[in-house]
Write a protein that binds this ligand. Sequence first.
Ligand SMILES: [Zn+2]
Length: 314
Amino acid sequence: MKRTIVLCALLALSALAIVVAAQQGGGGQQARVVEAEKLKDNLWVLKGGGGNTAVFVTANGVVVVDAKNPGWGKPILDKIKELTNKPITTLINTHTHGDHVSGNVEFPATVDIIVQENTKTNMQKMIPNSTAQDQTIPAQTIFQQNGGKGLPKRTFKDKMTLLKGPDEVDLYYFGRGHTNGDAWVLFPALRVVHAGDIFSGKNVPLLDANNGGSAALIADSLEKGYNALNKSADTIITGHSTQMTMAELKEYIAFNREFFNDARGAKKAGKSSDDAATAWKIPAKYTGYAPADANRLKNNMKLAYSELDKGSTN
Ligand SMILES: [Zn+2]
């Protein structure tokens, strides 16, 4: 009897220890699983842990687009080792957000990191996006915590071409939208472009006013992208969703234009931006769109109103 009680107590204790360990492990110890989706013989999309990462294997090395959340750099590197034994030469970040750049610090220091020039400025500050609950500016960015490792080494303004022939990679900036530094990365030989979060998926976009995002300009920037790339690409790697077609990008342009026009109409009618946001619904013709997040809508409507006030077109 006594032995049974002791045994039960021991079992209870060890069960408790397992529960505590699991709770402490939540986040830190959880397995970070990166799934590789093969798009072409030498192009993969790595999913999980933040934004979609593209892996492009060239003759002499690997070009990577986006590096996910903190702690996800190593899982990306491990997954790439399963795909190729070539070294990583280049890392491109589509924009400044933590779920696209934080893994940078885990990449080898030899890797060339390239971003649009406004994104470099944004990465030096890492100001929280305008919809984040916590607007505290970090005392030290993840890059400062790592002695400057992971910050871009090269920037471009409107266009930059890397490598040649089947290995060519073209970086473009078509103007403000999600942020003021949204890079589009085209793999012309494969007719695939990574659009990052300026086209994160079929949803109301996150417009990050704190990092130069624009409700007034996102449709124009998307349309410039469509016009420039329509003849060169068939497939779009989105920031967070499945791949999309150019026709779906065209629809997304109309969706964003419609939102801004509706904002203009509501403002003219004298509605407050919060009332306009609460009343706004995704038009039924946009099928397959995620339900609009109430806070994101309020943020976007507020931004649209303030840009309309300023007569902002730039
Ligand atoms: Zn983003």
